[in-house]
Design a protein around this ligand. Structure first.
Ligand code: GAL
Length: 624
């Protein structure tokens, strides 16, 4: 298929094959590319392959894109919020929006058809189909006799040499298979010189990173699902009495008259005077965030206006909003504005907009064969639901020239400008850490929220990591008592609380952790400004920061928290771990002031809750 190649801006190219589909992240983008910022990135950078080598076939059942990837020494990262793998090379990915992890497939809350290579470039395939990606594991027949001599069948005698021949031969490619696309696709390429600038170009092409309000960066506390007005205010007061900083109060499903599906109307039973409650929270310095999802219950005032503007299947008895129809999206936004935001709600948690796995039998999700009045297919809608949902909510705040800071359970490509953090019902500690790191490759923000723990040490280590993330959230939605009163769910539900002195100890430690975060807020905020203006994510993988240091290519459990700090969270209930100190500078322990040389490894001991944290030597770190 013929390729139309266009140089769009400094180090950004588009290759168009056939006619792109109507519903893609680019066609429905939130913000225009930030070209003026892209111009400030290094100029004159090239890709390591010829653009004419990118090829595509458009067939009645699918579109297939092939990108050269003959990089024996290179590593590939990206494809979104994969919880289980870091280096993607050699894998097959099924980039589907999913509420649960499915091994290494790439199914996640934030699958993104974008990857970067340590050879210093990035590739984005603009699709809302569910792509199968073969990451440098396939070679075209035409390349059978090509490739380096080492890889061409000289067979040794040992078992190792014999089976080495099974590795990809010829000239490996990254192959995107897009089932359901029968018209064509745009492929965007981003130059380096290193993978760091490729990520910057991609994020700026998305429109630049989001800018949260300062209050969004403080602690967010989400209460028990059935909490009523009195309980909410009492808990809010207890934060102030105990002097534990907290800036956002999140209400879970119980604020509504009906939650699965959503009425989006206040329950007067539990919240007889929600306006007064919102004002009182505001007086105490809390912003209100409301849980919801976009499946509309028949009792909702939104049901009728959206009945003809929704999909042909129900989810939990509610309408699936056709967000690809601008009118439907506007109706949804207007309702939020008039009945919720005008009354003081500062943000929303856009829940359940992902997709259940096939093994999950709860009647959650519309099928890929769903039909919508706008003409979007069910598979495209599933991939885009969270993205379009965020856009609709965000439009309310943009209209008022206000900022917001929400939570969302699904997103996709080009999402960097949307001020929402991804979260999950999954709770595996090491995966929470890896997602923090992986999110940085593809314009996503991850919130490693805290809900429960098996031990005091684990609780504090989880809170410690949450304190050094884009969002700090304690989401105590399924336990009646705050987590410091009892962190084990069964005991919490049975009202078996911890002894008073342990509760006091926990509150003191939580205060320490939040105080550390608060002291770093101006710094963190300015890192977000870099995300906005330079496309550089506030929390990022070491490989983005130290592309010259080969040791960091496999490190998925340490990260940069802004430009100057490196965090190495403790996973589980441990009190020590090994830390690698990247080459290029010395590192000072934030608490002990001990100095570690770059390019070395050390075991570091601390106490639960104190994430090992290191400052680049000679840095000037502002601390509030
Ligand atoms: C889940 C969500 C949780 C909590 C819960 C309330 O889907 O992931 O964080 O909000 O719903 O029912």
């Amino acid at each position: 298929m013929e390729a139309q190649i266009a140089a769009l801006g400094n180090g950004v190219w588009r290759i168009r094959f056939g006619t792109p589909e109507r519903f893609t992240p680019n066609a429905l983008r939130e913000r225009q590319p930030a070209w003026e910022f892209i111009e400030r990135l290094p100029q004159g950078c090239e890709l390591p392959f010829d653009l004419n080598e990118v090829s595509c076939s458009v067939r009645p059942s699918r579109t297939v894109v092939r990108i050269p990837c003959d990089e024996p020494e290179g590593n590939i990262y990206g494809f979104g919020l994969d919880p289980r793998v870091f280096d993607q090379k050699g894998l097959r990915k099924w980039l589907s929006v999913s509420a649960q992890v499915v091994e290494q497939t790439g199914a996640s809350h934030g699958p993104v058809p974008f990857y970067i290579s340590t050879q210093g470039y990035g590739v984005y395939v603009d699709t809302a189909r569910v792509p199968f990606v073969h990451v440098a594991r396939l070679s075209a027949k035409s390349s059978a006799k090509e490739g380096s001599r080492e890889r061409q069948g000289r067979q040794g005698a040992s078992e190792e040499e014999l089976y080495a021949g099974r590795a990809a031969q010829g000239r490996p490619q990254v192959v995107f298979d897009l089932p359901g696309n029968s018209s064509g696709v745009d492929v965007f390429l981003f130059a380096g010189p290193t993978l760091r600038e490729a990520v910057q170009r991609y994020n700026l092409f998305s429109g630049g990173g989001c800018l949260p309000p300062m209050w969004g960066l403080g602690q967010k506390y989400r209460t028990h699902s059935n909490a009523d007005e009195e309980e909410v205010l009492q808990l809010a007061r207890s934060f102030r009495d105990r002097e534990v900083p907290c800036d956002i109060f999140g209400l879970e499903p119980g604020w509504q008259t009906h939650a699965y599906s959503c009425s989006l109307a206040w329950s007067s039973e539990r919240f007889p005077d929600h306006r007064a409650m919102t004002r009182k929270l505001d007086d105490m310095g809390f912003r209100l965030n409301l849980w919801e999802h976009a499946y509309i219950h028949p009792t909702s005032p939104l049901f009728e206006p959206l009945e003809e503007r929704s999909g042909d299947y129900l989810v939990w008895g509610g309408l699936v909003v056709d967000f690809a129809d601008p009118e439907a999206s506007q109706i949804f936004a207007d309702y939020h504005e008039e009945y919720l935001v005008d009354q003081g709600v500062a943000a929303f948690k856009a829940d359940e907009c992902d997709r259940q796995q096939l093994t999950d039998v709860t009647p959650f999700n519309y099928p890929y064969c769903s039909a919508f009045p706008s003409g979007i297919d069910g598979d495209q809608m599933t991939q885009l639901y969270g993205y379009l949902y965020q856009k609709s909510i965000y439009s309310v705040f943009k209209k008022r020239d206000a900022r917001t800071w929400g939570d969302v359970r699904a997103t996709t490509g080009l999402a960097a400008p949307l001020p929402f953090c991804l979260y999950s019902d999954a709770y595996t500690f090491d995966e929470y850490l890896r997602q923090l790191v992986n999110a940085s490759f593809t314009g996503l923000l991850w919130s490693p929220e805290v809900r429960q723990a098996r031990s005091q040490g684990e609780l504090l280590n989880r809170i410690g990591m949450a304190g050094l993330a884009p969002q700090m959230c304690l989401n105590i939605w399924f336990m009646p008592h705050p987590v410091w009163e009892q962190y084990e769910p069964a005991k919490n539900k049975a009202h078996e609380l911890l002894p008073d002195d342990e509760q006091r100890f926990l509150v003191d430690r939580i205060r320490d952790i939040v105080d550390l975060r608060m002291s770093l807020l101006p710094y963190l905020y300015s890192c977000f400004y870099r995300y906005y203006a330079e496309g550089l994510p506030p929390v990022r993988a070491l490989v983005l920061e130290f592309p010259e240091d080969p040791e960091v290519r496999a490190i998925d459990d340490q990260y940069m928290f802004g430009d100057l700090l490196m965090a190495a969270p403790l996973v589980g209930s441990v009190e020590e771990r090994e830390v690698y100190f990247p080459e290029g500078c010395d590192w000072i322990d934030y608490r002990t002031r001990l100095c570690y040389g770059g390019g070395t490894r050390h075991r570091v001991k601390t106490r639960p809750g104190d994430v090992p944290l290191f400052v680049k030597a000679n840095a000037l770190l502002p601390v509030a």
